[in-house]
Design a protein around this ligand. Sequence first.
Ligand SMILES: [Zn+2]
Length: 267
Amino acid sequence: MGTSRQSGPWSEKGSAGKAAENNASSASCCYRCIECNQEATELYRDYNHGVLKITICKSCQKPVDKYIEYDPVIILINAILCKAQAYRHILFNTKINIHGKLCIFCLLCEAYLRWLQLQDSSQHIDPDDLIRYAKEWDFYRMFTIASLEQMAFFIGIFAGLWLIQPTTLRRKSNFILLLKALLLSSYGKLLLIPAVIWEHDYTPLCLRLIKVFVLTSNSQAVRVTLNISRKLSLLTILSGLVLESSVVCFFQRMGWDVESDCSIYKT
Ligand SMILES: [Zn+2]
């Protein structure tokens, strides 16, 4: 429980540990206990002579954040397993600031996948295909459509939350934190690229599993961020999916070849 350590092991903790150390310098920042979600003022206390002691949660009597000692790979594995403690560590107790870049990269992956599907689905030889710029514009179009669908999904989640439990989004900080959590928890979309590169007979199944994994991660992120029930978080994800599907339906009625998730996963 209350472990005292020399400074040696702490210097080898990796990025999570370093982030926590940086966090410790800002005393005004609030952390969360990864076990019970109770707020905490510090993750560990730095005594003289390099002796550090992990803070114990006053509510549940467990270490506030055991993951500050863990290797980042272990934390990532726990996050992949959708453990709420790992999500709380990443979302509340670290200063990970890659959600914007990650979102752009995920959208690029998705746009690339749709662009590939578009090339495969075009049976006829269009003279425009001979022009490189036409293909390039197709990619930009897919990127824009993927972005709009992603936006619709998030708006659907926020709208669902607003309708079901309006008190959760009254604080601006909750809104921003939830948006960051949703962007971070969509990291599973990075798997789209290897799934396409190592193409085989089970690729459509892989794409469906990736979609399920991303939705599960999103649901867990909503649940942990707002500290709501699993049922409510699933409902919000469902409302996001409904709005996203409506947008896809609208695009298809407009006659746009969107190659969206639905059309990809139906193959
Ligand atoms: Zn606790």
